[in-house]
Design a protein around this ligand. Structure first.
Ligand code: FPP
Length: 248
C-alpha cells in the first residue's frame, strides 16, 4: 500500500484566542427567508450567496484559517429542476464575480465533492479558480458542491479496494487519507443555520469530534454578529476528544 499523507495537527490545535481552526457551515434557511418576503426561493439563495462574503470576512477577522461551506449536497439534485438549475447558475455567477476578489485577498479555494455531474463550463470554471488560487496561503475556503459525506466514505473505500487493500489495511488512517481533501484538518466547529439540528450528510467522517452549533437564524441573516456568537460559544466549550476531564 502506498504511504498515507499526514492529515495535519489534531482538531483543536491553537489559533488566536482559542478560536476554531476549521469552521464548516450548513447554510440553511434561504427558502424560508425568501418566503417571509414573498419572494421566489431563488431570491433566498441569491441573498444567501451574498452573505457568504460577509461571513467569510467575519471568520477571517477571528483568524480562522479553514472554512468549509455546504452549497449543494448530493441529495439537492432531487429538488425541482428550476431550483437545481438556479443553484448551479448561482455558483457559476459567484465564481465569475468572486474568484478574483478572493485571490486578491490571498484566499485559497478548494472544491469538496464531485465535478463529474456538473455542466462542463462550471467544472472548468471551478478548475480555473482552484488553479488561480492554489499558491495562496491565507484562508482556505472549501466549497462543498455536489458533496455527500456517505459518498465520500464509499469513494475512499472503493479507492482502497481498487488498490488491492487487504482487510488489515482498511484502517482509519487509510480511509482518512483518501477523503476528498485529506490535507484539510477536521472541522472544530460545525455551524448550521435555519433551526434544524442535524448533519444532513455533511462531513460525516470528519465530524466525529466536531462541536456542533445550531442557530434558528436563517442563513441570509447570519452575518458578523452570528459569527461572533458562534465563535464565543465554541470558546466556552471544553473539548476532550473522548478523554476524561483533567484531574482537579
Ligand atoms: C439551504 O436552504 C441552502 C441550500 C440548499 C443552498 C445553499 C446555497 C447557497 C447559499 C448559494 C450557492 C452557493 C455558492 C457557493 C454560490 P434551503 O433552500 O433548504 O432553505 P429552507 O430550509 O428555508 O427551504
Amino acid at each position: 500500500m502506498g504511504g498515507l499523507d499526514a492529515t495535519g495537527p489534531p482538531p483543536g490545535a491553537e489559533v488566536p484566542n482559542g478560536a476554531p481552526r476549521h469552521v464548516a457551515i450548513t447554510m440553511d434557511g434561504n427558502g424560508r427567508w425568501a418566503r417571509e418576503r414573498s419572494l421566489p426561493r431563488l431570491a433566498g439563495h441569491r441573498a444567501g450567496t451574498e452573505n457568504i462574503r460577509v461571513v467569510l470576512e467575519a471568520l477571517e477577522r477571528h483568524g480562522i484559517p479553514y472554512v468549509t461551506i455546504y452549497a449543494f449536497s448530493t441529495e439537492n439534485w432531487g429538488r425541482p429542476e428550476a431550483e437545481v438549475e438556479g443553484l448551479i447558475q448561482l455558483l457559476g455567477e459567484a465564481l465569475e464575480r468572486e474568484v478574483r476578489a478572493l485571490h486578491e485577498r490571498n484566499v485559497r479555494i478548494l472544491h469538496l465533492g464531485s465535478r463529474s455531474r456538473l455542466p462542463a463550463h462550471l467544472a472548468e470554471a471551478i478548475e480555473a479558480g482552484l488553479e488561480l488560487t492554489k499558491r495562496n496561503d491565507g484562508l482556505t475556503l472549501c466549497v462543498g458542491f455536489d458533496y455527500g459525506g456517505r459518498r465520500e466514505i464509499v469513494d475512499a473505500v472503493r479507492e482502497l479496494m481498487a488498490q488491492g487493500a487487504t482487510p488489515d489495511e482498511v484502517t482509519e488512517d487509510a480511509i482518512r487519507g483518501r477523503m476528498y481533501l485529506p490535507e484539510v484538518p477536521e472541522p472544530d466547529l460545525i455551524i448550521r443555520t435555519g433551526g434544524d439540528q442535524r448533519l444532513s450528510n455533511f462531513l460525516l467522517w470528519q465530524a466525529a469530534y466536531s462541536e456542533l452549533y445550531f442557530t434558528p437564524t436563517l442563513w441570509p441573516d447570519f452575518g458578523q454578529e452570528g459569527v461572533d456568537e458562534a465563535i464565543d460559544a465554541y470558546r466556552r466549550r471544553p473539548r476532550r476528544f473522548g478523554k476524561a476531564p483533567d484531574a482537579d
